[in-house]
Ligand binder design. Structure first.
Ligand SMILES: Cc1cc2nc3c(=O)[nH]c(=O)nc-3n(C[C@H](O)[C@H](O)[C@H](O)COP(=O)(O)OP(=O)(O)OC[C@H]3O[C@@H](n4cnc5c(N)ncnc54)[C@H](O)[C@@H]3O)c2cc1C
Length: 367
């Protein structure tokens, strides 16, 4: 896509969460384009600034698997190793055959080895007789975002501005027009809307698109648990079918808990952590992990978007406008694949940057 008069096209990215930042990065990396990233407050003001992120190898549809494989390739080939992404072993309890099929790279079933493993891991009482083991990753959205923004801000084609974008419409005569809450109108070649749970807005085009597509919002409960440093192990413990995940974070005396809870169609504002969620999480830590007693907790409560079948959305409201949402606790780990799809939708196939290699199956983290 070329702007009239031969100038570089100008892409607006609305929303500076991890999906918007990665989209801006991917546009600059793969196209000769000017990019303006816009947020109504600051980068990472939404969920991405609050949630730690497991990069669990869980997929539940061909679309999901495709996004996951491309995102892992992107992480490896574009960014390489770094403190933004660390690898650890995951211990899965009571994995149903259906969930086992969804773990990319597969799991290794461990039966009757619990005595030896319990010795290594620090105590036999919490380890069941049989469980599955696989590799998972943990992404720090803050470190990842800083890494991407550091590269973006030295590129003269990139700029960031604050502003509350109310609507983006098809510009008569080509391109798009973004309308801000203070009445400003900005013309550009194309736009990507990556506003996280704020997508559910019945008064504008992306809200209507999300509603038609069946994208809903759901409260996501989690908390950080402070534990004794010596009890912490770089291991994740998951009861996937019950929806409880306990995973390591950057701080050596903390683990992050995510606890499944059904509360739909809520606005993207804070809420209190229910006692029942806290109790389920603390019970899981005490009885099914080696982490020992919880010394204190820090609630993490926010709202995430959910597409139908928990599949992310990349759709258009008008020519040159792509709306992108993550889903189901997957927005961070799938952000490269989502960014690739959103950028391709509005700017076409990459004209520069690394080729998008298909990852060899053998390099998936199954053990
Ligand atoms: C407790 C919890 C645990 C999670 N665990 C995981 C996990 O293990 N793995 C994983 O991959 N994901 C996980 N997630 C999900 C993940 O955090 C989100 O899917 C992801 O961060 C969404 O990023 P985003 O960029 O789409 O949205 P956000 O980070 O919310 O960014 C949207 C941005 O848009 C801005 N904005 C909104 N409206 C406007 C407007 N009109 N104009 C301008 N700017 C606007 C907001 O200010 C915000 O900065 C978890 C989420 C929670 C809450």
């Amino acid at each position: 896509m070329t702007a009239p008069g031969g100038a570089r096209p100008h892409l607006l990215v609305v929303g500076a969460g991890i999906v918007g930042i990665t989209s801006a990065f991917e546009a600059v990396r793969c196209h000769d384009v000017d990019v303006t990233l816009i947020d109504r407050t600051a980068p990472l003001a939404g969920i991405s600034g609050r949630a730690g992120a497991g990069d669990l190898p869980l997929g539940w549809s061909p679309r999901h698997d495709d996004l996951m494989r491309r995102s892992w390739t992107w992480h490896r080939t574009v960014l390489g190793d770094g403190p933004w992404r660390s690898r650890y072993l995951s211990i899965w309890y009571d994995l149903s055959p259906e969930t086992r099929r969804m773990v990319l790279g597969g799991t290794t079933r461990v039966e009757g080895e619990t005595a030896a493993l319990a010795h290594v891991l620090g105590g036999p009482s919490w380890l069941p007789e049989a469980f599955d083991v696989s590799w998972s990753y943990r992404i720090s959205p803050k470190i990842l975002a800083r890494r991407l923004l550091d590269e973006l801000t030295v590129d003269p084609r990139f700029s960031f501005r604050t502003g509350d974008v109310q609507e983006v419409v098809d510009g008569a005569g080509g391109g798009v027009i973004a309308e801000f809450d203070d009445g400003r109108r900005v013309r550009a070649s194309a736009a990507i809307i990556a506003v996280g749970p704020w997508v559910n807005n019945r008064t504008n085009s992306w809200g209507l698109l999300a509603e038609r597509a069946g994208v809903r919002t759901k409260r996501v409960y989690g908390f950080r648990a402070r534990i004794d440093t010596e009890r912490r192990a770089a291991l994740m413990f998951a009861d996937a079918d019950a929806g409880i995940f306990a995973m390591p974070v950057t701080r050596p005396d903390e683990i992050a808990l995510s606890v499944k809870h059904d509360e739909w169609d809520v606005p993207p504002t804070g809420a209190a952590l229910p006692d029942s969620v806290l109790e389920r999480g603390i019970d899981f830590i005490g009885n099914r992990t080696p982490f020992g007693a919880v010394r204190s907790v820090e609630p993490r409560v926010h709202v995430d978007t959910y597409g139908p079948g928990a599949v992310p959305l990349v759709e258009s409201t008008a020519a040159g406008v792509a709306v992108v949402t993550g889903t189901h606790g997957s927005g961070v780990r799938l952000s490269p694949g989502l960014a690739q799809d959103a950028v391709a939708r509005v700017l076409g196939a990459p004209t520069r940057g690394l080729p998008q290699a298909t990852p060899p199956v053998a390099s998936s983290p199954g053990i």
